[in-house]
Design a protein around this ligand. Sequence first.
Ligand code: MG
Length: 298
Amino acid sequence: MEFEGMYRQPQRPKYDCLLFDLDDTLYPVSSGLAASCRKNIGDYMIEKLGIDEGKIDTLCNVLYKNYGTTMAGLRAIGYDFDYDDYHSFVHGRLPYENLKPDPVLRSLLLSLPYRKIIFTNADKIHAVEALSRLGLEDCFEGIICFETLNPVHKNSASDDEDDIEFAGLPNTTRSSDTGSEIFDIIGHFSGHSAGSGLPKTPVVCKPSEDTIERALSVANINPQRTIFFEDSVRNIQAGKRVGLQTVLVGTSNRPKGADYALENIHNLREAIPELWEFEVKSEVGYSGKVAVETSVTA
Ligand SMILES: [Mg+2]
């Protein structure tokens, strides 16, 4: 590997942009935030939506599996709630103190002369808090988060906010507008028609390919020249389908759809040394590194 530079012609770096998921990607699952978040979502469903406690685990699993996030699934089956209220409930009491400054990751990121952007399904307050705790808040050009891709939504009684366009999302419905009818998704999957006829969600989130393409468009990202880092296999596979290079983080087992797999984001240099190939071609410069001033953050 160390002789590579001697035989190659200087060329434009292969990548322009590094696109990072946040949770369980830039810090490990062992932090306990994901487990706490799951518990808080269950509590929200019981306390705020009045869902029977005995249904929570099954319902969360079914919604997460079919809609990308539990929140997206709750909206799809007819629950209506204020997005900010939901986010402050499920994220407001996370054990952020478990996230410590990560100088190793910080120095890795700062040594890479590419655009670096966060792409998370979470809300902006959570993303900023987590990045700040990790000491990485100034390592990224911007954050594509929940608010970037979703219109403001309080609840159906407040105003007509859902009339904001959902361009690029086919079959978007507004199931909650028609009343308090809740779609029995658990019953649906115990019947014969499982998988077909599910209500659509108005929430825009990974792993929908439309969502990923919209995020790329918002930040003016060329997928062919971008590496996408994620801990979720299905998000990685969706990213691959839209043309991104993909890195699964959190395991060294590389599934279909992942170009690389890293046990920990700290293994970046060992796993993808080509990201630092500019070091042997430093006289070439970086025509691909354009500081595009995009309003990425919501
Ligand atoms: Mg994640």
